[in-house]
Design a protein around this ligand. Sequence first.
Ligand code: NAD
Length: 457
Amino acid sequence: MMETVWDLVVVGAGPGGYVAAIRAAQLGLKTAVVERRPPGELGGTCLNEGCIPSKALLESSWRYAQASSGAHAAHGIGVGDVTLDLAALMGRKADVVAGLSKGIAGLFKKYKVTAIQGEARLAGEGRVLVGESEFQAKCILLCPGSRPVELPGLPFDGERVISSAEALALTKIPKRLVVVGGGVIGLEMGSIWSRLGAEVTVVEALPEILPGIDVSVVRQAKRLFRKQGLTFLVGSKVTGVMGDAVSVTDAKGKKHALTADKVLVAVGRRPNAEGWGAETDENGFITVDDDYQTSLPGVFAVGDVIPGPMLAHKAMKEGVACVERMAGLETTVDYGRIPGVVYTHPEIAVVGRSEAGAKKRGIEVTVGQFPFLANGRARAGGEADGVVRVVAEKESGQMIGVHMLGPHVSELVAAAETAIGHGLTAAAFAEGIFPHPSLSEALEEAALAATGHTIHL
Ligand code: NAD
């Protein structure tokens, strides 16, 4: 029997890998995906222990917090005894994940992508080993993703010191949770467990949480998160954990101890770049050229394992670009317009430069801002905290950044991304007709503000 020669073997069925595989198959490439997780767990970290389960828990925990804090009373709604069944809440999360993973399996079937379960290794040019089986491939695409960074002195033990994966699957609500790292994971996981009743302290090494996001947005967000019950220790480092005592050194070098039954370490992720034999940069990422080709002939890489923000949507776009380029198209990814979202309440969403970031690069800017307090839809919904800030180049008026805090801004950022990606001026963007009443009017008004006036302020 003739051995199959695959046009493409993809390693890893996360957002980079599964999307690349689907697109490759659509383009006529005979495609297989090797994934080490069990067959029911296609979707990688994002689907199994990242983006999706965290959103399910954020939703459930928010509903619980709203019901139990009496937030419905303003609507004239009385709520009786509010109870929480953590197992049921986690069960719903598991169902969401399983359903979406099944969806990927269905897409593989539809587009004729073959899934192979096992740990892949490269075995020389055009050859992939999975256990004892060897697969021949014209092209190999590495999408092995990343793993949580471990801190010296605080190794993960899965019990006391945990990563985000375990924090998404706790079977008991911790009494006190210390979160090391005031980044995206720290805030999302901190919010979930604080809403469910844990006392949460976020310890951030830098002088401010969420580095890179507009400082006025971050400060306003932090005030709201504090009101929700989170405690922040900035400029501080966790140096060790002994039993339930967590040693912290503050900005002035003073040492003190916190008590915690769980310590979540969320200080970033490391690329799974080792063992492939491909060249890496000084930060440990696999280096690629414009075609996403690594230093190894016929071996490509996308997603968390190559430089750039570790975001599912970045990996997906790279996966598509990589295989479309294999098929002779000239697809590129515009790295200046990758949105970032923190799914707290309210949400934070950014795309392009912050005011400070632009100034640091010597770009003269005007900034238009508009508070949700002056937005009818936000007021009607009872969620009027937050602000939209539009950063435009002073001379041209071109929009180069939008940083927002507010209700559902994860949805608004798509419009901002389109405006920035297409080089629209703030004036041209504000010429658009925005539905009234809608949250999008805050974006319209912030763009107007960047041109010098607003209507509703
Ligand atoms: P992050 O880079 O977002 O934040 C890490 C934080 O930890 C930073 O603020 C950093 O200053 C701080 N830090 C580093 N070392 C520290 C130390 N020793 N003590 C205290 N603080 C320290 O990383 P993350 O939150 O771990 O997330 C990992 C990756 O996953 C990120 O690339 C993130 O974008 C991605 N992610 C994205 C989303 C989303 O898009 N909503 C959600 C979760 C994770």
